[in-house]
Design a protein around this ligand. Sequence first.
Ligand code: PLP
Length: 419
Amino acid sequence: MASHSSCDSLSSLDPELAALVRREHERQATTIDLIASENHVSHAVRTALATLLTDKYAEGYPGRRYYSGCGVVDQVETLAITRAKAVFGADHANVQPHAGSQANFAAYQALITPGATILGMDRSHGGHLTHGAEVNFSGKLFKVATYGVDRVTERIDYEQLRAMARQHRPALIVAGASSYPRIIDFAVFGDVAREVGALLMVDVAHIAGLIAGGVHPSPVPYADVVTGTTQKTLRGPRGGFILCKAQHASLIDSAVFPGSQGGPLMHVIAAKAVCFHEALQPAFRTYAAAIVSNARVMAEELAAEGLRVISGGTDNHLALVDLTPLDMTGKQAQDALERAGIIANRNSIPFDTRPPMVAGGLRVGTPAITTRGFSAEEVRTVATLVCRVLRAPTSETVRDDVHRSVLELCARHPLPGLD
Ligand SMILES: Cc1ncc(COP(=O)(O)O)c(C=O)c1O
């Protein structure tokens, strides 16, 4: 296995931790990652994360910090902001949110007050916890109305969205999802929001890289605020960002700091700057297009093997499989696949009757295997391996057979970014 330089230096200082990092390296190198929200960052991103920028306290914003000594980190943050604005064509960018959930918290704080009504996508139809789930701050602080997908097409029911908006008159409509396989029509969301006098927030956490790479329409022209994460399809460090129209800029900035966070993670902001730079390169468009074409191949092959793919396919980086015809839960599928070296997650499907921890579906995504360089043919092979396991989840012969194929595929595609 390739050596991991930051781990090499850890070995003598903290062998216990270094051994764990090595084990995780080994796990990633020898398994196929189909988790739609995961990816493998470049060497440059990982290098930026491991810099001494982590040492600096920089509460505030470039040119307006509380502590001295911020001249250099001001330039780092300004670089990240400039690049984020260039990637998405936005008026304003805030790159400080520690994660996607914190970006959403700050956006809500900037735009609405506790007790206001938000209209977000039902979680079992693809929405995220922070879009109004009872167990999340969003469900506790706000009144929540939800929209979802049509029972037949399994695509967002835009008529229902409009009807719910007219009925509930939300202060804020939230578009965006964690497990929705189709293009989202942000123009319709903008139109509905305008009609009922609501603000529109679009959470592009999952599809930020697809938007940056030009393979999913951008919400920027339609949304008041766009929130996102850098760690998913955008292939950057774990973290959040917020884009907005100029008129919301100061409210957004003060909702992040001092409204909901303390000192920014300057090493992470540096790594975000690197990932935005990478997203501006022509090769990123090729990568984004390959994510989508690989997902399409995956969905087609799963369907050809007789599985029911939600909405009949995919337009983005993920496909959702309905496991109920196989009389299997998402949890059982996830566990059986892991035993064979394939990492995917159980997922609720629209109108699911099972609780989220059991779930009736499986989500499969192609960002990580695309980054690893899997060809369309290899993605097809992965889909057949998934099907073999799902058809015989308890067979040790199938498990061993599939595992051998997984190891062969992984050996052909070493983890990137570790040289
Ligand atoms: C749509 C959406 N928004 C927000 C988040 C939260 O991101 P984080 O895990 O960085 O808090 C996720 C995470 O999966 C997500 O899918």
